[in-house]
Design a protein around this ligand. Structure first.
Ligand SMILES: [Zn+2]
Length: 406
């Protein structure tokens, strides 16, 4: 079964940084001036009701959750706070923010609200007040698993939160100039930074780390190569992936990584699609997963045990069985219940709903990552590709895949 997505999770951000909406009178820079004035207590400045702020703590966005019916999982939402309300909360908590750490996220085409984010990890006094409002900081990965991938609004929220998290984490990692070592300062409403050293003034841009991710295919025997890593949950198999070396093309990176990790030689490399991935390692605020189909020229596997736990060829039939739709729905409802429990406040001695590792399921002897990951779509588009189509050099055609309209 293939799962219909409009775009990959974390792509398709509904906020745009350049608003064409004439009802929005604020450029990002003048908007930030207004926010700073309001935070200083200047109530004469322009109305701040059309400023909404998303708070983050330790990389986690503020979220809320509602239960709509007993038959369906709870639905999470981003915990946007109108600037005036945020100022009230800050006053109650005795917290002072000067606005320097606010980053502009953009605005929608159809409203006059400017959306912002800021990190309040250090403001412990704020936390109980947010909890009283049934708002809670939740790991973005948990929200990702908890999302109904058919819900476009929720998918948009994931993209917004992913972008905001990537920007804020990049701010944390770029506090000093790599050129002269002086402090950096945010400019352009937090979307860029500049060295504070007048004789340097180096401009620093948000960072994206590209990663190649590939499904290696044995065309003759109709099999795909899947690998296991020790950090994976048990019985999970996925695509190979790796970083690109300086001076290397994407195709070369696909061939080199496959060769290094499994000893398999790759010939033709075909691009599929790409996915922003703001939930990778902490030192990489936003990875860009660039997905390929890679056609094997040799078939003997020689696993580099330092990189992988195992790698095996899997038949199309066994891969289809591993793509068990019911298990992904189960993982989603479990994660959604966990978010609900966190937002509604779970006593310390009560346990949360089990983590999404339960997606390892009870039915399948193996499974592949859920629909939130590009690996899922590389694997499922191959697994559900028409056999006749494939034997007829189908690789050169667009796979009959849920993402073929990207
Ligand atoms: Zn500098």
């Amino acid at each position: 079964m293939s799962i219909n997505l409009q775009s990959h999770v974390f792509a398709g951000n509904p906020l745009t940084s350049k608003s064409s909406n004439p009802a929005n009178p604020f450029s990002p820079t003048t908007g930030l001036e207004t926010i700073k004035a309001r935070l200083l207590g200047n109530t004469q400045s322009a109305s701040s009701s059309n400023f909404k702020v998303l708070l983050f703590s330790r990389g986690r966005p503020l979220a809320s959750s509602v239960s709509v019916s007993v038959d369906s999982p709870p639905i999470w939402n981003l915990g946007w706070i109108i600037l005036d309300d945020l100022i009230g909360l800050l006053e109650s908590a005795g917290v002072h923010l000067n606005g320097d750490q606010f980053v502009y996220l953009g605005s929608r085409a159809d409203d006059d609200v400017a959306y912002w984010a800021t990190d309040v990890s250090a403001e412990r006094n704020l936390m109980p007040l947010l909890r009283n409002k049934q708002l809670c900081f939740v790991e973005l990965r948990t929200l990702m698993v908890a999302t109904d991938w058919a819900d476009l609004h929720a998918m948009g929220n994931l993209a917004i939160a992913g972008h905001a998290r990537a920007l804020l984490e990049w701010h944390n990692l770029s506090r000093f100039c790599g050129h002269c070592g002086e402090k950096t300062l945010p400019i352009d409403a937090g979307r860029r930074k500049r060295c504070s050293n007048e004789s340097c003034k180096k401009k620093i841009y948000p960072r994206v780390d590209p990663v190649v991710i590939m499904l290696v295919i044995d065309r003759e025997n109709d099999r795909a190569l899947l690998s296991k890593q020790s950090r994976f949950v048990p019985r999970m198999w996925s695509c190979l992936a790796g970083f690109i070396e300086p001076g290397e093309s994407l195709e070369e990176a696909v061939r080199r990584e496959t060769q290094e990790e499994t000893g398999i030689e790759v010939g033709e490399v075909v691009y599929s699609s790409s996915q922003p991935w703001p939930v990778g390692p902490n030192n990489m605020p936003c990875q860009l997963m660039i997905g390929f189909f890679a056609y094997a020229k040799s078939l003997e596997i020689n696993v580099d045990k330092k990189e992988l736990e195992d790698a095996e060829w899997h038949s199309r039939e066994s891969v289809r069985k591993a793509l068990t739709y019911a298990e992904y729905k189960k993982a989603q409802s479990t994660a959604a219940a966990k978010v609900e429990q966190m937002c509604k406040g779970v006593e310390k001695n009560q346990s949360l709903a089990a983590d999404f590792n339960v997606e390892s399921g009870e039915l399948a002897p193996m499974f592949v990552p859920g629909p939130f990951a590009i690996a899922h779509h590389l694997i499922s588009s191959w697994a559900f590709q028409d056999r006749v189509n494939n034997s007829d050099e189908g690789h050169s055609k667009q796979p009959r895949d849920s993402l073929s309209n990207l």
